[in-house]
Design a protein around this ligand. Sequence first.
Ligand SMILES: Cc1ncc(C[n+]2csc(CCOP(=O)(O)OP(=O)(O)O)c2C)c(N)n1
Ligand SMILES: [Mg+2]
Length: 581
Amino acid sequence: MAKIDGSVIVAKVLKDQGVDCVFTLTGGHVFRILQECQKLGIKVVDVRHETAAVHAAMAYGRATGKMGVVILTAGPGVMSGYTAFHDASLGRMPILILGGAAPLRLRGTRAMQEIDQMTPMNAVCKFAATVTDNKLMARTLYNAIREANVPPRGPVFVEIPADLLVDDSYLIDEKDADWDTYAVSCIRCGADPDKLVAAASMLLETENGALYMGEQMSYQLRDPGVFKELAEYLQFPIAAASGDLGAYIEPEHPLAYGSLAAGGMAEVILVFNATDDYVLNLNGPAFNSDATLIEVNEDPNELSFGRPATLGIVGTPDIVARQLLDVIKTMAEPRNPDESDWVEMLQEMTPNVYDMATAELEDVEDDEIMHPMVAVVEIAEFLAGDGADCNIISDGGDWCTYVGTILAMQMRHFTRPNRLVVGQNKLGGVGWGAGATTGLALATGHPILFSMGDGSLCEYLGEFFTYAKFGLPVVCVIGDNSSWNMIRTFADAKYTDEDNLIACRLLAADGSAFHYEELAKAWGGLGIYVEKKEDIIPALNKALAAAKEGKPSIVDIRVNDNIAPSASVGMAYDLYGLGNE
Ligand SMILES: Cc1ncc(C[n+]2csc(CCOP(=O)(O)OP(=O)(O)O)c2C)c(N)n1
Ligand SMILES: [Mg+2]
């Protein structure tokens, strides 16, 4: 009988659970796991910072609908990922964190990288366990995987002391590894029939309704077409989180095109698998406060969390949508698309919404340092044309709010899910996009337009070397205002007589600007500096061509720092309790 170590068991369980990619920054405590993963054909992606590994696993998981896996070495390795574990927790993302740990035989001796990992990990993970015997390795992993995948989904931690992986005295017979699958990898259930009838009645009471698809939709989704069927039957537009619209409906469909303003005016809103928080904000202007609110969620704790739901239904969204449609069909005929004043009105409004968002551009002088919105409108044009194949990760401060606002208006170009990912970072930390870019590029195979503020770029600059190592097609576009500008925007909103640029300026000691595009030389990529509007699209095209040859590129666009985007000012008002602008 073959003797095996713990790493063989880990790799086999991962393979059994359909894991095809793990994210890591290696270390002496964990490299054995990577070796065994590779032998089983699991792709090992090594990044330059542990936080980026977690963000990569989150993006990979969200885009593929799978659990993400990270393997981090003991002590500093696990702790360097800690910020991102909270991101995964707030975002309800299933992430299995495998952490190295000091050998059992040295516990309590101040061994290398020996720290208490369990106390901090218990604070953020749904499940945290130390394996002390290779006979329990498989079972513990399956238990962790079950916990990660059961709603509310979230990060789980399994700590593996090094001796289980590398010390011959811990080898076990293969037959003793307890291979039985304990994991429940899929939990799908339908709704209470009485609630379905009640919901159907509410939905049929008005023609002015809207459907909203939350960020938790991609996990365990088997029947994505049902939402469009439901929307068409009721003639209610569909809106989706973070550019996922293309997963449910073609963006040129009348019920997608008109969805942007629907929630704010609808009389009934049906929300699927949404996690209410400051990002979604069911109490905000995007959701009419007088509307009948029907929430469908796999997690009962989410119902009425931030806003009382008129009706809450527990169940798997696509199953519940199918049940609901069946009930509605027994109660009413399908609505006629040619007779819906509601959809017609929403469609007419859509171009106005874009005009309203870009209204400030009318007063912009050509000779000034470029207004950030001018640059973002050019980028949006690129993404609708030559850059149509790109997915987009949007990070940074003020620059990110401009990119988010303008691209939200361009939703009709979002022909597939994951086109624009802004919402993955629930914790609100800048720099998350660097790791997410790796995960999204690997999961989708599409080039990534990675949009960044100049400040945030530097937080995880090392990840460009990950892109270059794996030949990932990444175009990084920087809105370069030489400043951590959003914080200055926040300060300006209240403290008019103070030095609001303190600790915000990002210039060299002699006052000169940094040229981030020069960095691309280090990995053989293309770097382009842009000051004029007409140079943006040509630069992006060149950078995209280089990126597609595996040379990640940087386009550094100089933009004006003296402009405060209204979305950032609104956030400042919220933070300082200043009420509505
Ligand atoms: C990890 C982390 N550190 C600090 C912050 C505070 N913060 C929010 S926005 C921002 C400025 C971002 O600057 P930049 O990326 O250059 O974008 P800009 O606002 O200048 O457009 C900072 C520092 C944060 N959100 N996350
Ligand atoms: Mg900046």
